[in-house]
Design a protein. Structure first.
Length: 173
């Protein structure tokens, strides 16, 4: 990045990027949970059973997918070489593609009549809770960062972020 483009980029402190990431996940969680609850309320015979199934689906969904993604992006923000990275830097290109794909698939699934509404609602509960847990993860890690207690135990992710930044510098990005 040239000095001129770095000077005029919309930069923000790292904690702002963590807050923006948390806000984005929380907003997505709210929208998905709202949709899931509405579907279950309208179509489920035993609503509490569907909520429990959605809650049970949350655990593997968050632990296997969203926790890893959230940890990678928080570490990427915290270990960014600039003190004021670009305000859109709370995700990388892959993250924006993933988010776009999730939004498009969410809209398509909610519109399809092939899958019964009660199943879609239960799935949306699992997904929405996973997104909410990711937002909470961002908030907790942001508090640790501000207090100077951020856990650096995940060295593999830290090294990967460093290599990605070095490769981007070599390509002139």
């Amino acid at each position: 990045m040239t000095k001129l483009s770095h000077k005029y980029k919309p930069g923000a402190p790292k904690i702002v990027l963590i807050i923006l990431g948390a806000a984005l996940w929380a907003f997505a969680s709210y929208r998905i949970l709202e949709l899931g609850i509405a579907m279950i309320e309208r179509h489920a015979l035993n609503q509490w059973l569907n909520y429990l199934i959605g809650l049970a689906g949350f655990f593997p969904f968050f632990l296997l997918i969203f926790r890893k993604v959230s940890r990678r992006y928080v570490n990427r923000i915290i270990h960014h070489k600039y003190e004021r990275p670009c305000i859109f830097g709370f995700f990388d290109l892959r993250g924006y593609i993933l988010m776009s794909f999730m939004i498009v698939m969410g809209i398509m699934v909610s519109r399809w009549d092939v899958i019964p509404e009660v199943y879609k609602g239960t799935f949306f509960i699992s997904l929405g809770l996973s997104l909410l847990a990711s937002a909470l993860f961002y908030i907790i890690e942001g508090i640790k960062f501000v207090q100077g207690r951020h856990d650096l135990s995940n060295e593999r992710l830290n090294r990967a972020a460093t290599f990605q930044e070095r490769d981007a510098d070599e390509r002139g990005e």
